[in-house]
Design a protein around this ligand. Sequence first.
Ligand code: HEC
Ligand code: HEC
Ligand code: HEC
Ligand code: HEC
Ligand code: HEC
Ligand code: HEC
Length: 357
Amino acid sequence: MNINKPNQLVMEAKNLIRFFFLLSFGAFMIFTSCVKEGPMGLPGVDGVDGVNGKDGKDGKDGTASCLACHNKTTKTLVSTQFAGSAHGTMPNKQTGANCVACHSAEGFIESLTNVTTKTFTALTSASPLNCESCHTSHKTFDFANDGPDYALRTTAPVKLFMDQTVTLDLGTSNLCVNCHQPRSTKPAANTEGNFVVANNRFGPHYGTQAVVLDGRWGYHHDGSTAIPGVGSHAHRKNASCTSCHMHDGSSTTGGHSWKVNPASCTSCHPSINSKEAITASKTEFYTLFNQLGEKLLQAGALRTTTAGGLEPNPGTYPIAVAGALFNYRMLYGDHSGGIHNPAYAKALLRNSIEALN
Ligand code: HEC
Ligand code: HEC
Ligand code: HEC
Ligand code: HEC
Ligand code: HEC
Ligand code: HEC
């Protein structure tokens, strides 16, 4: 039996009475107030439209800045150039502990953890450089404030490992300086004023580009040609490894071919506008360079190889001769025909020739 039901009905009836009472009171209030106010007026005339606001500035396309590099055309071009370059093929890969820092992808990454020495774990097999040797993740994605950072692995100034007192700061090109730096210093005289050339590899090795560009590292004889100041040449101040070797990478030169595009010279030298013009601009250097070679051959410091080239002849030489031989080897290893620093290269050659006269 449901004993709650009658009670519930009573409650509902009471609520109903209270509801009707409130309803009739409300209706009375509305009625009396309608009587006090007059009838509603006609709607007013529409106001004149306001002047249009100025258009906002266009927003930046969220990915446009990324697509400048991250697209198929760029990737194909860069990869093709790279595949044909000396970095991508590395015909002179090396596995030795003293060599891997510059001559292998593996050793280079390891070398960046400790730049004060170039001696690292020997490898069983060395790989040529790859994209990740020089690029990592972007440092920041804040392109608006930081500019595109090209995701370079390092752009830190480089302390030369053969002379820790020298730090080179070439901006983006610091990446290159890590490897394109010398492997020995200029000769110093013993108590008899001589120097012993120990083997036919005497000299600062082939990576002398960074110091030649900066105008240092050579043996400075007291000669009639003034040695230009360190860092003074226009090629050091207003050009860079990347501006000459990676200029406009849209063809077979520049970019990731690292072959000099003559267009990188033209803005400063309007007449140097072709490969041939670059070669011609080396003439004065090679005239002096070959004169020095001849003098060193006469002094016995150079000897001819079976292949017909010239190489250091081991032996004991007066320091002026050993210094001249060092300069010859440094400018040979630089491989630019003096272009990296024409003023410094020619001053070294002139004074070296004078010292051998
Ligand atoms: C100036 C050229 C350039 C621009 C602009 C650029 N990138 Fe990159 N980005 C690179 C290069 C170079 C790499 C390294 C490529 C490689 O290792 O194959 C890279 C790598 C990356 C990677 C992989 C990172 C990793 O951890 O390996 C991502 C993700 C990336 N970019 C996203 C972006 C985005 C998003 C933008 C736009 C906001 C952008 N990039 C703009 C050149 C650029
Ligand atoms: C990991 C060390 C390393 C870095 C970093 C590096 N290079 Fe090289 N580079 C080499 C080596 C080693 C060779 C010679 C490769 C061979 O003959 O096996 C070379 C070759 C070259 C050549 C070509 C020589 C030829 O015979 O065609 C040029 C030009 C060059 N580098 C310029 C640069 C520039 C510019 C940079 C910076 C953007 C740079 N390199 C960064 C190690 C490096
Ligand atoms: C500090 C970096 C560095 C170290 C360490 C180094 N090299 Fe090199 N080496 C270079 C660079 C850079 C070039 C290429 C320069 C060029 O093409 O003008 C080069 C070029 C060469 C070449 C090619 C020479 C030619 O005729 O063009 C050989 C061979 C070579 N190195 C052997 C070695 C050996 C062997 C070792 C270890 C005993 C070694 N390198 C250590 C930077 C280095
Ligand atoms: C020896 C070092 C080195 C290697 C290896 C290298 N890059 Fe670069 N890359 C650079 C440098 C330096 C720049 C900046 C050039 C500048 O400032 O003008 C750059 C710029 C770029 C850019 C932006 C500018 C452009 O050329 O479009 C892209 C994209 C790029 N690299 C992709 C790659 C890819 C992909 C690979 C592998 C196939 C690669 N890089 C290998 C050094 C390297
Ligand atoms: C003023 C422009 C300029 C600057 C700056 C410059 N180079 Fe060069 N470099 C040249 C020219 C020109 C050659 C000769 C190449 C030719 O005739 O094709 C050359 C040659 C080289 C070679 C030898 C190439 C070969 O075929 O054997 C290497 C390696 C090299 N430069 C690396 C560098 C490095 C590393 C830097 C920065 C420290 C640098 N260059 C700065 C213009 C420049
Ligand atoms: C930023 C401007 C600039 C660029 C880029 C440049 N040069 Fe120069 N170059 C100069 C200046 C300025 C001098 C004279 C400097 C001096 O004698 O002290 C000079 C001197 C020279 C000299 C010596 C001329 C002489 O009579 O002694 C040669 C050769 C040369 N440059 C070749 C080149 C080549 C090749 C390139 C391109 C790979 C190039 N330069 C790129 C500014 C530039």
